[in-house]
Design a protein. Sequence first.
Length: 264
Amino acid sequence: MKTALTIAGSDSGGGAGIQADIKTMMANGVYAMSAITALTAQNTTKVADIMEVTPQFLAEQLDCIFTDIRPDAVKTGMVASADLIRTIAGKLMEYQAENIVVDPVMVSTSGARLISEEAIETLKEKLFPLATVITPNIPEGEVLADMEIETVQDMEKAAEVIGTRYGCSVLLKGGHQKNDASDLLWQKDKKPVWFHGVRIDNPNTHGTGCTLSSAIASNLAKGRDLETSVEAAKRYISGALAAMLDLGSGSGPMNHGFAIKEEW
C-alpha cells in the first residue's frame, strides 16, 4: 500500500485539517500518517482556541514517521508560525521527501489573513521551492502574485507569476469565483491546463481546500502524474460535495466516505 503524510492542524469538528486529510487519503486508497502542527477547538460555526505544538515536538513527529513508514507523498496545510515552517522545510530536505503538495493556508474565504507576514515570507522562502505543487485559492493567489484576480486571464497571469517566482507548479483554485469552480494548473515549460468543474449548490464546504490537496497527494503517492492527480482529486471532491451531507449549524463538512460501499 502506498503511503501519504499530512502535516497540518487538528480540527476537533472533523471536517477540515488533519481529520479531513486522513479521511481523504483513506478514501483514495493510501495509508495515512499525520504530524500535527496545532490543536484547535472548533466546530462548524467558530474556531474557539488554537494551541500550537513546539518546533521540537513537530520535528520528533517527522523523525518518527520518516524513519519507519516512509511517506510516498506529503501534504502540508495550515502552519501558523515561521519556526514551524522552517522545521517542516528542514525535515523534508533532510529526508529528501518527494511529491510534496503545499496548501498555502493564508487567507480565509472572507479575505481575512490567517497567518503572520513573517510566516508568509517563510512559506515563500523555505517551503514553496520544495513543493511539487502549491494550491492557493483566489485570495491567496492575489497575495502571492501581488495582483487582483478577477478574470480567467488574470488567473492565467497570476499562476505564471507565482510558479515562475517560487519555482514550483501551481494549481490556482477558482472556487472563489462566482461563475464556476474551474481550477488552473500551471507547470513550467507546459501549456496551462484548465480543470472545469460544475459549481455544486452545497453550502457545506468546510474543509474543501484540505480535502483537495490531500486527494492530489494521495494520487501522486500512487505514481500518477500531476495532471492526472489533479483531475482525479477534482472528481473526488465533487463527489464528496454532491453527497449533500448536512451536519452542524454552520458551514458543515463533506461526506469524505461517499464512495465506500463495502460491508465495513
